[in-house]
Design a protein around this ligand. Sequence first.
Ligand SMILES: *[C@@H]1O[C@H](CO)[C@@H](O)[C@H](O)[C@H]1NC(C)=O
Length: 399
Amino acid sequence: MLPLLIPIVHKCLHPIKYIKMRPLLLLPLLFVPSWAVDPTNCATSNKQLTPSDFLLETQPDNPNVASLSAIFAAQNKKLTISQLLEDVNHRLTTDSSGHKVWEDTPSFSDQDTTKWMPQGISSSADALDVGTYQGKNAWVVSWHREDDKSVRVTFVDRGNGDRYRHALLVYPHAADDFREVPIHAGGIVWYGDILFVVDTSKGIRAFDLTNVWQVGTTGEGVGKDGSGGYTAAGYKYVIPQIRWFKWTPTSFPFRFSFIALDRTTTPDSLVVGEYQPNTTAPVRFVRWPLDYTTRKLKAGPDGKTTQASWAYCVGIERMQGTVSANGKFYISRSNGKNSAGDLFGWTPGSLAYNNAGFYPRGPEDLSFDKRNGGRIYTVTEYPGARYIIDKPVSSVRFS
Ligand SMILES: *[C@@H]1O[C@H](CO)[C@@H](O)[C@H](O)[C@H]1NC(C)=O
């Protein structure tokens, strides 16, 4: 199918066109005092927002992770991600389009289940610049439960025939207990030993990949099981939340819909975007700087507040994911249950280009991998059309 430039793009991304065609007029905008830019108003010609309006505050580490870690370590049930990946129990297959298909057998179907929906994707190429983590070349995918009251993540060992294993994310609410994590998990980033997961209206949660705890697989409960053991809704492994980054502005909300890592900025950064069904509400991207030595957001002078380094009105409806690398943005858009999804290529300063129908229906979060000439990963969410998709960046048009 030939990529088409849909006319609505001109409307949606009017500011980009504006900048391109009338570059001199951009100059005065740079000197607009910051107090004059309303962070919620995307209906003006100035799409560049004031980054310092977009604040996240690093919350203290959860002390219950250490006490629970000691409990599991004492029983030899504290494992690593590579150990989890050596205990895989399911397998992806590859269809004729090259898409990875979830396990689908008469007794078990991740491909068709309506209980869990895949949302976020990241990989060992995000985790570490070398591209592998503990020797593993892996994907990680997040799934929200249909009621948004629990999240599971899937680690896929690409070096072992795409075999995979699910684990449940948990929140340690007591020194010796944990419970489910009731969020949508629309995007994830694997960064060193941390898994960042977006929490729609509240900010970003961080899970500790050095703590993979093995629990009993009999029983539907999550947490202490009353007989001295632990369970996690039948899953064999759990991964605990260690901290979170709180959206602190009270004067306006921001939607943490999807997230990606950019290793090509200095320092590394996270880009978070907003899903909106239409452009009545502001539809923005925000970039926050990371500290690779702590795997936390890079805090300012108070040691806990992180100002964004960039914030922008993008104005594309139904965005489900973005990732930036080398100054270029890739933006996925869903078009409902029955229509193929789109992938926009956008170089800031130019018009975004819609590679219409680039994806099957239901594309979600995006992730970048610099290896093999540059790859873009996504997951599609609908039962029966649920894939991990790995495409070369060279297949994405920008104009
Ligand atoms: C835009 O989306 C909002 C929900 O975010 C909805 O309430 C509103 O009716 C929509 N407007 C139009 C014009 O479709």
